[in-house]
Ligand binder design. Structure first.
Ligand code: ZN
Length: 292
C-alpha cells in the first residue's frame, strides 16, 4: 500500500505544520490582546489602574523632552496649552498632537477667569480654541481655567463653546518645588490613586525630571498613564470636573528600589522657563507675583 504509506507520511508533516500555524496564530492573537490591554488609548480603566497626568502652560522649551520621556514609557497625557503661546509656536503644539497626546484649552492669555470683565470671558476661551485648532487641525473639547479659578459665568460661556471644564484631583505643587523635586514626588506618592487627574507644568525642567523618574514607580504599581478624556469619558460642555485642593493622603503607591529608578541625564537641566506672571493682562495674574 505505497499510496496509503505515502499519504500517512504526508499527513504527519501537515498535522505538525497546522499545529505550528495554530500555535503561532494563537500566540499572535494573545500578544495583540496584551498590546491592546497595555495600549494607553485602549486600556480599560474599569479593569486596571489609570492616572491622567496633565501639563499646563505650554508649549515651552521643555515640552519636547517631556514628550520623549512620555513616549519612551508608552504613556499618554493631556496638555492644557495657552493660546498665545500656541499662536507663537504652532509647530510645538502640533508635535504634542502628533505624539498622540490630548490637548486642552488653557485660555488665550492665562488670566484669572473669575475676575476678568465678563465681556472678556468668551474671547479668552474662543481665541484659545482657535489657536489650537489652527495649529493641530482639531479644536479642543476640554479647557482648564488658569489656577483652576472659574465661575458660573465662565462655565456658561464654555457650555456655549462646547467646552467642558477639567480641574484636578492631585496638585503636587511642582511650580513651588522647582528646587525640591523630592517634595513634588512625595505629593505624587501620597496623593495619587486610581482615577486621579494630576496637575503638573511643563514650564519646569525639574518637572520633566520628576516625570522621568516617577513613571517607573507608577508602572511598577500597575498604573497606566492615559489622557483625561480616556479616563473620564466625554464630558458635557459647561460641566466641571475635579477641584483645586488635595484631599487627605491616599498612600496607594509603594516605593521601588532606587536601583530601578533611572538616573537623570548627565547634562544639566536648563533653567526653568519664566512662569509667573504668565498673563499679560495687568492685575489678572492667577497667582504668583503681581504682573509688572
Ligand atoms: Zn496655568
Amino acid at each position: 500500500m505505497p499510496i496509503v504509506l505515502r499519504g500517512a507520511r504526508l499527513r504527519w508533516p501537515i498535522a505538525a505544520m497546522l499545529a505550528v500555524v495554530i500555535g503561532v496564530s494563537a500566540t499572535m492573537v494573545l500578544a495583540a490582546r496584551q498590546r491592546q490591554a497595555d495600549d494607553p488609548d485602549h486600556v480599560d480603566c474599569n479593569q486596571v489602574k489609570c492616572v491622567a497626568l496633565t501639563f499646563d502652560d505650554g508649549p515651552t522649551p521643555f515640552t519636547d523632552r517631556l514628550l520623549h520621556v512620555l513616549q519612551s514609557y508608552s504613556a499618554k497625557a493631556t496638555f492644557f496649552l495657552i493660546g498665545n503661546k500656541v499662536a507663537a509656536d504652532p509647530a510645538a503644539a502640533r508635535r504634542i498632537a502628533d505624539a498622540g497626546m490630548e490637548i486642552g484649552n488653557h485660555t488665550w492669555e492665562h488670566p484669572n477667569m473669575s475676575t476678568i470683565p465678563l465681556g472678556d470671558i468668551a474671547s479668552q476661551l474662543s481665541k484659545g480654541t482657535q489657536a489650537i485648532a489652527a495649529a493641530t487641525g482639531r479644536p479642543p473639547q476640554i479647557y482648564r481655567p488658569a489656577g483652576g479659578l472659574s465661575s458660573d459665568s465662565v462655565r456658561a460661556s464654555a457650555a456655549q463653546q462646547g467646552l467642558a471644564e477639567i480641574l484636578w484631583d492631585v496638585i503636587p505643587f511642582d511650580w513651588i518645588n522647582d528646587a525640591n523635586t523630592a517634595a513634588t514626588v512625595y505629593m505624587l506618592k501620597t496623593q495619587i490613586k486610581p482615577g486621579s487627574v494630576v496637575l503638573l507644568h511643563d514650564t519646569y525642567s525639574s518637572t520633566v525630571d520628576v516625570v522621568y523618574q516617577f513613571l517607573p514607580v507608577l508602572i511598577a504599581n500597575g498604573y497606566h498613564m492615559v489622557t483625561v478624556t480616556h479616563l473620564l469619558g466625554p464630558r458635557t460642555p459647561g460641566s466641571s470636573y475635579g477641584g483645586r485642593d488635595n484631599g487627605p493622603p491616599i498612600n496607594d503607591i509603594v516605593d521601588i528600589p532606587a536601583s530601578r529608578i533611572p538616573s537623570l541625564p548627565g547634562t544639566p537641566s536648563p533653567k526653568p522657563a519664566p512662569n509667573l506672571p504668565i498673563t499679560d493682562i495687568p492685575n489678572q495674574s492667577p497667582g504668583g507675583p503681581p504682573a509688572q
